[in-house]
Structures are given as C-alpha cells and as structure tokens.
Design a protein around this ligand. Structure first.
Ligand code: AMP
Length: 418
C-alpha cells in the first residue's frame, strides 16, 4: 500500500517521503480515504499509531485549490487537550504542508503564554486553528477569531479532553460551529463519554478501530523492580549510571515529587529537569528541546508528559510512581518504543506503598505478567509479593539461578544500552 494509492496529491506524497514514511500505518490506510470522501470518522487508536498524519494529510488536501480570501476564514478547527500536543500537531501540519502549491496559514493557540502574540497572529485570519479549549474561548471572547466558517472539526485525544474536564468548554465551542461540517474524532479509548459525544455529533460515521497489536508493533520490554519507597531515587541513579541510559523519562505522581527528584539527581551530578503543569510554557518547551537535543539526560515528569509528546529516540521510561489507571500506563510507556525503535519501561513497585495490588490490576488489564526483580544493594525491607522475586546482579543477570532466555535478552539489552 502506498500513500498515493490512498488518493493523496503528489505534494503531500512528497512530504511523507521526506519524512521517510515508507508506507501508511494501519490507521492512515483506514482513515485517509474516509476523511477524503468527506465522511464523519470515529477512530480508536493508541498513541504512536500515526493518527496525527491520518487527519493532517486529508485536511491539507481539502485546502488545495481554494482561493484564499482576506481575512482567511477558519476552515478547520483541531481541538487538543494539552499545549504540547497543540505544538506537535502544528509542527506536523507545517512539515506536511511545505510542498503545497499555496501557503497554508496555521494558528497554534494554547494558554500559559501571553495572549497578545496569538491575537496579532490571528489578524488576517487562519486556515487551520489548532487549540486547547480554554485559550480558544479566551480569544473568541476577545473577538480575535470566529468559528462561523469551520467546515471540519477534529477532536484529537477526545477521551483526554473529556477526562481533563473540558466538556463545558467543548459545549460552548460546539455551539459556535456551523451545523454543516465534517467531524473527526480520534481517541485512544472509546469511553462511555466519548461514545455519547460521538452519538450526538457524528453523522453516519465511519468507525475505525486499530488494535494495539496493529500499532506498528511497539517493541517495549516491561520490567518491575521491587524496592523500598525511600530507596527509589538512589536506585534510579544506580540504574541510569550502571545501565548507561542515555535518555530517560521518569514519571512521578506530583509536581512536588518532580521537583524533588530532579534536585536530588542534579546533586548527584546527573543532568535532570522537572516537567509539570506549574512550569511556564516557555520553560516546558525549553526542557523538551533540551531533552530532544540530549542537553538534558533525565526528565522527571507528571502525567502532563504522558500523552502526545513524541520524542523519537527515547530508550527508557521509568514509572517511579505507578500511574493511576491502566490507560495512563499505556500512554506513559508508549513514550518509548516509538517509530519502530525498541524501548524499556521500568516500574518501581514499593511494598511499603501497597503498589503490588495496584500493579497486578494494571497487569490484568494488559493481559500480562511481569517478573518481579530485585536489584542487588536495593533489596526491599518488606516483600511485595508472595512469589519469590528474581534477584538481579549489576549486569541484569539473575543471582543464584541459571539465566533464562528472557534474562539473557534483558542482559543483552542492557549491554546494548537500551
Ligand atoms: P502519532 O501517533 O501521530 O503521534 O505518530 C507517532 C510517530 O509515528 C511520529 O513520530 C510520526 O512521525 C511517526 N509516523 C507517523 N506515520 C508514519 C508512517 N506512515 N511511517 C513511519 N512513521 C510514521
């Protein structure tokens, strides 16, 4: 299957070639023809499936040949739950649009930064607006833009938009849109709330469900290390140094923990930065840029980083604190093993935090069982599980036991610096 056989024009096919996308992903194969045909579409696809290009490509194609008027009326509105996702979708659109015969004007609108440059940018209108709901409404209230000409609405990560409590904002925005329009919903999971919204808004939608095993086979080795809660920072430092992790994203439960762990790692000489919702947008953007450019080795983040962030070369994700839900688990570990690379997801299980029962539930939801490990020098004072955990030496080998095939693979992975 090729991109051109999906009905995309040569300018867009050239753009995907330059991105080295050799063939469309399953979600792209299914969604692009439906969207090009003007159908409402409801897509359930996990993060990393290539869903962004699945809606960006047909949206850009729909703009070709339309003579721009002044001011440019907003034709496509893409609503996203987080600032980072807004920036990311904007950047994908910009890259894909570069060979189009006429320039496309994008406006990426999110809070946490001054509204004035966004108001200035909107003078003269925009073809495509990518926005978080709150800032979009602020700009509408200030008469900086109108939605009366929108002919395509995209809800990206619709489940997350609703989880984050954006339903009031969403209803206000929906009331401002023309009733004749194409609706595209993308959601990792079709929760009851998403289904209800879809039933109210979508007309005869094409339903596309991409199962996780169709998602370009993410190759993520999952590990669970039993450790005392107060030993986690030391263990993290030990693993980063001994397993030579070049770049690691660590998830914690609170903003305070993100700051604290980052300070402790910095004191130990590691280049670590916190990443959470209380940081200014400028600081968040800077941390991500430094992380991608390898100027920062460890980012300690709250779940604000669990969705949407695309760091193509991220070998390791650590759940220092376990996520609340199995969906959050999927999103967190999905930051690694992207774009065909392999990745490792390490979970710290604290007996003293009653993590074992919670992690077992996550395992059940994912239909898997992960071996409990103990790292020499970090043995927990309480046992988290009835089954004897496997004790690993510094090389990732099992102490006092012949290594299994899995252990050998793990040791190989750590030797290869994964
Ligand atoms: P997404 O699910 O949209 O966040 O995309 C996940 C990653 O897959 C991004 O790094 C995209 O650049 C990449 N990607 C999207 N489509 C393709 C494709 N057809 N072939 C290879 N990589 C892709």
């Amino acid at each position: 299957m090729s991109f051109s056989s999906l009905g995309l024009c040569p300018a867009l096919v050239n753009a995907v070639c330059e991105l080295a996308y050799t063939e469309p992903s399953p979600v792209q194969t299914a969604a692009i023809p439906a969207i090009l045909a003007g159908r409402d579409t409801l897509v359930s696809a996990q993060t990393g499936s290539g869903k962004t290009a699945a809606f960006c490509l047909p949206i850009l194609q729909s703009l070709i040949g339309k003579t721009p008027t002044s001011p440019r009326p907003v034709q496509t509105l893409i609503l996203v739950p987080t600032r980072e996702l807004a920036a990311q979708v904007g950047s994908t659109l910009r890259t894909l649009a570069q060979h189009l015969p006429q320039p496309v004007k994008l406006a990426v609108l999110f809070g946490g930064i001054s509204i004035n440059p966004q108001m200035l940018h909107l003078r003269g209108g925009a073809d495509i607006v990518i926005a978080t709901p709150g800032r979009l409404l602020d700009l509408i209230d200030q008469n900086a833009l109108k939605l009366s000409a929108v002919n395509c609405l995209v809800l990206d990560e619709a489940d997350r938009l609703l989880d984050l409590g954006f339903s009031d904002e969403l209803n206000r925005i929906l009331a401002l849109l023309p009733s004749q329009r194409q609706n595209l919903f993308f959601s990792a999971t079709i929760s009851l709330e998403v289904e209800t919204l879809a039933q109210n808004l979508l007309r005869d939608p094409v339903r596309i469900e991409i199962k996780s095993d169709e998602v370009s086979a993410p190759d993520i080795t999952q590990r669970a290390i039993v450790v005392d809660a107060n030993q986690r920072t030391q263990l993290l430092r030990h693993l980063i140094e001994h397993q030579k992790w070049s770049r690691v994203l660590v998830f914690v439960a609170t903003k305070y923990a993100a700051e604290l762990v980052a300070v402790k790692l910095r004191r130990a000489g590691l280049n670590a930065e916190p990443f959470h919702g209380d940081l200014s947008q400028g600081k968040r953007t800077q941390v991500l840029m430094d992380f991608k450019a390898s100027r920062v080795r460890v980012v300690i983040a709250t779940d604000v980083a669990a969705r949407g962030i695309d760091i193509s070369d991220l070998p390791v994700v650590v759940n220092y604190d376990l996520p609340r839900s199995s969906d959050d688990y999927t999103h967190r570990i999905g930051r690694t093993g992207r774009a065909g690379q392999s990745g490792v997801a390490v979970n710290f299980i604290c007996a003293d935090n009653a993590n074992e029962a919670h992690f077992r539930l996550i395992e059940q939801r994912h239909h898997q069982k992960i071996i409990r490990e103990i790292v020499v020098g970090f043995e927990p004072t309480k046992s988290a599980t009835n089954a004897p955990p496997i004790v690993l030496d510094d090389n990732g080998g099992v102490k006092g036991k012949r290594p299994s095939k899995k252990d050998k693979l793990r040791a190989l992975a750590s030797a290869q610096n994964i």
